[in-house]
Design a protein around this ligand. Structure first.
Ligand code: ZN
Length: 232
């Protein structure tokens, strides 16, 4: 059995916090203050939680057990505030809550599955949007070189923001990064921006596509753009 004991450490104002494992309350409180109250020792309360001692070995209590002891969490799938009352109303067993203090939390297996499927579909849409706008860039700049194989070297790798609204996917911002002849500092970007309101209301404004590069590369980029304009 571990020599560590479980303490419930919570921020005094908003009552958020977690289970902390330590030999002594003062250590638990110090750790909890760093974690939940920006290091402010005075802003956390710390009390023993013997029911969580059995998690001392891996220091990662199971959410279902925490809920059974009065804690509540937000479901990362449906956003519900999961506590015993809510589970009761929904007819969901507390044992069915998925997650530990260190992982994502879901109210039930079905909610997690739905959330995973949704995330996969979102990823697919993002890839579609990126593919479509790479084609737009290539049409204007056939010798643009996409930075697909060096995502860490340059900031601003391709990015797409997609949302689901009334059963349909909408492409919001799409950013494509590419290198060009004469580039010294950083890749140029093609950005397609669509303000949120454009698909939330009947008003359809202009969608402005834009090519940008950093100041240091401006001359090289403009020279390249002028040179390729003739053949475009
Ligand atoms: Zn849920």
């Amino acid at each position: 059995m571990s020599a560590l004991k479980a303490f419930a450490v919570t921020e005094t104002d908003d009552n958020t916090g977690g289970i902390v494992f330590a030999r002594h309350a003062v250590t638990a409180r110090r750790h909890g203050a760093n974690e939940y109250a920006g290091g402010e020792f005075a802003y956390v309360s710390c009390r023993r939680a013997p029911w969580a001692d059995r998690f001392a070995e891996n220091q990662d209590p199971t959410i279902s057990v925490m809920i059974a002891h009065g804690w509540h969490f937000e479901c990362q799938g449906c956003g519900a505030k999961i506590d015993e009352d809510w589970l009761d109303e929904e007819g969901l067993p507390v044992e069915g809550v998925i997650g530990t203090q260190a992982t994502s939390v879901y109210c039930c297996a079905r909610c997690k599955w739905k959330s995973m499927k949704r995330a996969a579909k979102r990823k697919e849409q993002e890839q579609l949007a990126i593919g479509a706008y790479k084609a737009v860039v290539l049409k204007r700049f056939p010798d643009a070189e996409f930075c697909d194989n060096e995502p860490d070297k340059y900031r601003g790798h391709h990015h797409a923001y997609v949302t689901m609204d009334k059963g349909a996917w909408h492409w919001g911002q799409v950013v494509i990064s590419f290198k060009f002849p004469g580039m010294q500092i950083a890749p140029a970007h093609y950005s397609r921006n669509e303000p949120m309101h454009q698909w939330r209301s009947p008003f359809i404004g202009p969608v402005k596509p834009e090519y940008t590069c950093c100041n240091g590369d401006r001359e090289a980029f403009e020279a390249w753009a002028n040179q390729t304009r003739i053949s475009a």
